[in-house]
Design a protein around this ligand. Sequence first.
Ligand code: PPE
Length: 306
Amino acid sequence: AVSNDSKIWMNGKLVAKEDAKISVLTHTLHYGVGVFEGIRCYKTENGSAVFRLKEHIQRLLDSARIFMIDPGYSIDDLCKATVETVIANNLEECYIRPIIYLGDGGLGIKIDEKYPVETAIAAWNWGAYLGEEGLAKGIKVCTSSFNRFHVNSTATRSKTCGNYVASVLAKREAVISGYDEALFLDTEGYVAEGSGENVFIVKNGRLITTPMTSILRGITRDSIIILARDLGYEVIEQRFTKDDFYLADEAFFTGTAAEVTPISQLDGRKIGTGARGEITGKLQSAFFDIVKGKNKKYTDWLYPVK
Ligand SMILES: Cc1[nH+]cc(COP(=O)(O)O)c(CN[C@@H](CCC(=O)O)C(=O)O)c1O
């Protein structure tokens, strides 16, 4: 959680956490029209670096643009603000949460151009999202009774606050039933993604992942596709079903928070041997080498904190 002595960047100023308060009349609190990012900063041999910061800030601004919200900051402004926030909190490694939201300027479903657009950035230590054991041994997943949205049900390419109501419902349903994570199918029944992650399966040495249908265009998903192909694996973006998943040799989630988390079971079926798969293990350690600056080939993915 965010420590009490944390500094939060708000509209250009770093404020103490106890002063980072908003009105109960904040439009986004009522209607969920706000956009956010999840970004990670890692310790490397040459100091701390934020993983694919520009791509994340670009997606944040794209998410805002979909809702015709302009925060009035450029990519560079927000990259600098992110670095400032990490430094102000003396965090060598951390999870970073920028959010752009509509403030207290009026309520109602019709968004008025006059509504104040606010931007805030928080940073805190967030370890293994699905647990260290999950990273090592894999997690148990269930197919959710909720669908990932149809592309016309909401803005599926935007990381929109309100979209996460469905993720919270799915995750709660999974955890109450004794699972670690939920898997969304899309409205046609094909595998979409996790409540907060993209998903890959491995079959006969080949990686398969959901194409850009109704899922979030994950930056970790993109990184793993590039990395896997660089390592000589075939990666195809092709829709697949939950019983394809049951028959997979391996499976894993990707996400900024989840990193590369193996999936050991889906709906009670062991995936492969029920342990972290061999290719999953290779990709996971290659990913961690990259974010920690040990693989010079991917240096341009690391945005230095200085
Ligand atoms: C629905 C969804 N799909 C895919 C991803 C992976 O995207 P990327 O991080 O760019 O590889 C995330 C990130 N989920 C964020 C929020 C997690 C949370 O609990 O909050 C995250 O991983 O930071 C999603 O929320």
